[in-house]
Design a protein around this ligand. Sequence first.
Ligand code: NAD
Ligand code: ZN
Length: 364
Amino acid sequence: RSITVDLGERSYPIHIGSGLLRDIGRQCVQAGFPLRSPLLVVSDSEVAPRYLPVVEAALREQGYSVVSHVIEAGEASKSLAVYEDVITTAIQAGLDRSSAVLALGGGVVGDLAGFVAASYMRGIGFVQIPTTILAHDSSVGGKVAVNHPLAKNMIGAFYQPTMVVYDLDTLSTLPPRQVSSGLAEVVKHGLILDREFAYWCREHASALLALNADALGYALERGCAIKAEVVGNDEREHGQRAILNLGHTIGHAIEAVGGYGVFLHGEAIAIGMAGSALLAAKLGRDQAIYEDTISMLSALGLPVRLPAEYSEDELMEAMMHDKKFKEGKMTFIVPDSIGVVSIINDVQQSAVREVISQLKKEGS
Ligand code: NAD
Ligand code: ZN
């Protein structure tokens, strides 16, 4: 199965299926990467032992020379220091303008390797090979970045991959918390644009959590297609692309205040999406939006409440520092109903504060 991200000259395919890693060499030939230019595979310490040998073998079989760089698994590797290490490997391996960087891993590897591809010799080929559910989101759309100690994703670029090769077989080794975390972004795609799909995710939650191949294949195809559509309409986030940030303003604040990794990204944005639904009720939308949203998230094993120890002041402060905060007002993506959202630019801080305190109280 294949989906196209439609961006004129920079359009690219997302191949989704089973057994695709073994075929990656042929895909690279087809994509036009010349055999004389070395390829750099970036992966992490969890993914590399499982899947790197297959990828290296598939590339070498076609006649490519391959060098691999394995980073320590985890968000801490999305740093300028690790970025420099990878660049060093690229220079030493003699990567040239026709070379490509292949990102084999989750969003951390994809974001880091993508920024290497975007900046090495002002941009070389880039292939996303996502191995997490969450990376159905991060591998599509061309946002690449590393973190600064003071702010996440602060150093980056828009740089679209040449192709995305999504081998669903790799997902079988994901730890259960990573499965739920990734499904948060899947259901988010339903919540912003596809009402039926959002309810479908709730109905098939146990199949998705059990990594049932049919259910997961459909969900990821739909999730990628929605992301591709939004990005195709607004690559550089001048307007509509911002709807992809549903739950992220509060979610990023939770990640920043709690410390990265306390809540996984998807878990933090699940709480954030519950917050957006509370905000919707405050702005006069149907209360049923909140109830449906939390039932979907809970069914997928995701948290929908904020632990009491999170300070409202610290969360508000973190949101002020977030790049989505402009000129004294806060911008929020607010659901109008399940499957429809609006970008609201003038949300009062007091309303956000109330939502946060409600997120702590609800049911706890
Ligand atoms: P991740 O890359 O850290 O992967 C999660 C964990 O799972 C890691 O420990 C990893 O080693 C392990 N893992 C990966 N694949 C595995 C597999 N198949 N089997 C077993 N273990 C595996 O995290 P993630 O959740 O994939 O991505 C989060 C990152 O993505 C964050 O840095 C976030 O900022 C970024 N992100 C980027 C975008 C974007 O548009 N660029 C969008 C959303 C998130
Ligand atoms: Zn996200």
